[in-house]
Each structure stands twice: as structure tokens, then as C-alpha cells.
Ligand binder design. Structure first.
Ligand SMILES: [Zn+2]
Length: 109
């Protein structure tokens, strides 16, 4: 048992949800295209439904993404995604180490 086990579990949970949501979105996209094709709808109705579905997926994606990007380091409480010690500049991809104190994910403390 490490000192930050709970925090890492939470971080992995958020990351897994993001991956799951992205994957489900792709499946929903394929299913949605097939479903829309089978409907006897006008072009405007199809367009509106597509845009609404896409907006919903992007909203969920941003929600999980920002949870990951604004994840705070369990040791120094700084933003994990920040690049420098000053916290300026941000990495747009999840990082393996804290940008402030260098704590690695899954390290025991
Ligand atoms: Zn830190």
C-alpha cells in the first residue's frame, strides 16, 4: 500500500472514463450514421440530430479531459499537467510525472 494509492486510483478512473467515452463515441458514431440513414427524415432533421449527438459527445469528452488536465498532484497540490515549476505552460497530453515536484504516477510517495 502506497501513500497515494487512492489518488492514483482516482486518476486512473478519470483516464479510463475518458478512453471509454472516446471509444463509445466512435461506436455511437457508426451506429448513429446507420440509424440516421434508416430514418425517413429531411436533411435538416438529420443535420440537427448529428450536430446534437456530436455536441453531446464533445461535451462529455471535454468534461473528462479537463478533469484529467486539472488533476492536482497528491504531494505538492500543483497541477499535474503543468510543465514548469512556475506552473506556466501546460502539456496537452496527460503526463507521467508532476510538472512541479516530479512525483511520478503510481509512485508510492
Ligand atoms: Zn507535485
Amino acid at each position: 500500500m502506497g501513500l497515494y494509492d487512492d489518488e492514483w486510483r482516482r486518476l486512473h478512473q478519470v483516464r479510463n472514463r475518458l478512453i471509454l467515452w472516446a471509444g463509445l463515441g466512435l461506436l455511437a458514431l457508426v451506429a448513429g450514421v446507420l440509424w440516421l440513414d434508416a430514418q425517413d427524415w429531411s436533411g435538416a432533421e438529420r443535420m440537427l440530430t448529428s450536430v446534437a449527438g456530436l455536441a453531446l459527445w464533445l461535451a462529455g469528452l471535454s468534461y473528462f479531459y479537463f478533469q484529467l488536465m486539472f488533476y492536482r498532484c497528491p504531494r505538492c497540490k500543483g497541477l499535474f499537467a503543468a510543465r514548469g515549476k512556475e506552473g506556466r505552460g501546460r502539456s496537452w497530453l496527460p503526463r507521467a510525472r508532476c510538472g512541479h515536484c516530479g512525483l511520478g504516477t503510481d509512485s508510492e510517495g
